[in-house]
Design a protein around this ligand. Structure first.
Ligand code: NAD
Length: 437
């Protein structure tokens, strides 16, 4: 793309529409309200705490990202969304059990004001859920029209200038690319004919794109990762991104695997297992939803380690990922990794990782950043797949025939170079010869 001549300013309010107001969504909303109230800090958020180096290392220019690019201000965010359960964001946050109730009580008013709109829901795609707050649309096309009306009403009622939609809903059953996803015409025909290859997440996404609203996908669902949606996003001038927030165990994998590869250490096996007891864990207990997640988690190592280039080191890895639903843990997941590696002359070694993480605490800052960056992208005239946001995803969307970049540090460099590019600053290559000339 060409460098934008100007980026439209972030004036007025920015609406954040979230299909799926469970643990992740309510942790983001509560976090933003706590930050607005001055009782919390945006730890983990690159847009709020990160800096970007400009020019040479000798220049001492490293502004905060939020001061360097014109991002919407946290105070301008207004939240809304949909869920199959009718609880408002306060009750849903209490149910999720991620944040301390004493903190939630201090921001109870703004949380109680966020009441989910009735969801587009179909149990054929998420089998472990049943809720009452569901639209009664007769067909998938009617559901699209209802979501479009919801978007328009939310915009008018809240007097927001721009919107971003981010899927924080459950993981749907595994779906493969179907020919009805090939182009816009077949996609629309399939929606009109109630085709089974159109899950609820695609209905929200199609409605968002038609309304000119950027769409980001926090789950591993197919949703916008099909040619018809990519084409529609480009036609409408709307940024899209996905899939599946990069948190917990996969974050650890993308930290460790590039390091092992950088030092040319071999990997014989990588066994990853998780126990978690939140609603996400319950949904993933269904083998068809787990399959969607498994594919998203398994690809990471293959793309980082590149066994085609290093067959002696990574050509024969046994990679296994398990997720076990274990209610006593709630959102406080535990992820174990056993990594069998080998070094000089093939001598074996082992690495054990036991990550006692809080999934939603790791996911919340990603949601905030993605919303602010997608809005920036739209104001900068960037449409379609935003590969520079791969940093945030387990299965980054890419152009066809391009393998995704999974290495967190390459992803971060790409992201920061995109920001430099948008602002007309020199890109940083880390060559550094000039310091020694
Ligand atoms: N927490 C993390 O670190 C993390 C990381 C990567 C991906 N994810 C994904 O993010 C999503 C949300 O995770 P969570 O922990 O908040 O789960 P959650 O179960 O607490 O919340 C998901 C919510 O989505 C709702 N929902 C399901 N289908 C819907 C539909 N069609 N329309 C509207 N609402 C719908 C559910 O009722 C539920 O309240 C999941 O798909 C999860 O796999 C989470």
């Amino acid at each position: 793309m060409n460098q934008p001549t100007s980026i439209a300013p972030a004036t007025g309010k920015l609406g954040v529409l979230i299909p799926g107001m469970g643990a992740v969504a309510t942790t983001v909303i509560a976090g933003v309200e706590a930050i607005k109230a001055g009782i919390g800090q945006p730890i983990g958020s690159l847009t709020q705490m990160g800096t970007v180096r400009l020019g040479k290392r000798t220049e001492g220019r490293s502004p905060l990202i939020k001061d360097f690019v014109p991002l919407a201000d946290i105070d301008s965010l207004v939240f809304g969304g949909w869920d199959v359960f009718p609880e408002d964001a306060y009750d849903s946050a209490i149910h999720a059990g991620v944040l301390d109730n004493r903190l939630l009580d201090q921001i109870a008013d703004p949380l109680k004001a966020v009441k989910p709109m009735p969801a587009v829901f179909d149990r054929n795609y998420v089998r472990r859920l049943e809720g009452s707050n569901v639209k009664s649309a007769k067909s998938k096309w009617d559901a699209v029209l209802e979501v479009r009306e919801d978007i328009q009403r939310f915009k008018a009622d809240n007097n927001v200038e721009r919107l971003v939609m981010i899927w924080c809903g459950s993981t749907e059953i595994f779906m493969e690319h179907h020919e009805v996803h090939d182009d816009i015409e077949s996609l629309e025909k399939a929606i009109q004919e109630n085709h089974p290859a159109i899950p609820p997440s695609m209905i929200y996404a199609y409605a968002a794109l038609q309304e000119g609203v950027p769409f980001l996908n926090g789950a591993p669902n197919l949703t916008v990762d099909v040619p018809a949606m990519v084409e529609l996003a480009r036609q409408k001038g709307v940024p899209i991104g996905g899939k599946d927030f990069k948190t917990g165990q996969t974050l650890m994998k993308t930290l460790l695997a590039p390091g092992l590869k950088a030092r040319m250490l071999g990997v014989q096996g990588w066994f990853s297992t998780n126990i978690l007891g939140n609603r996400d864990g319950e949904v993933l207990d269904d083998p068809d939803s787990f399959k969607t997640k498994e594919v998203s988690k398994l690809d990471v190592l293959e793309f980082i380690l590149q066994p085609n280039l290093y067959p002696e080191l990574y050509g024969d890895i046994y990679h296994k990922v398990r997720i076990n639903y274990y209610p006593p843990r709630g959102d406080e997941k535990e992820g174990w990794d056993n990594i069998d590696i080998f070094g000089w002359l093939g001598m074996p070694m082992q690495i054990k990782v036991d990550f006692l993480c809080r999934d939603s605490i790791l996911a919340a800052p990603l949601v905030l950043d993605l919303v602010l960056f997608a809005d920036l992208a739209q104001r900068s005239g960037m449409a379609g797949i935003q590969e520079w946001l791969s940093f945030y995803f387990k299965s980054p969307m890419t152009a066809p025939d391009l393998y995704p970049e999974h290495d967190l540090f390459i992803q971060l460099m790409k992201l920061k170079n995109t920001l430099r590019f948008l602002q007309g600053e020199d890109l940083i290559t880390h060559l550094g010869q000039e310091y020694y000339d």
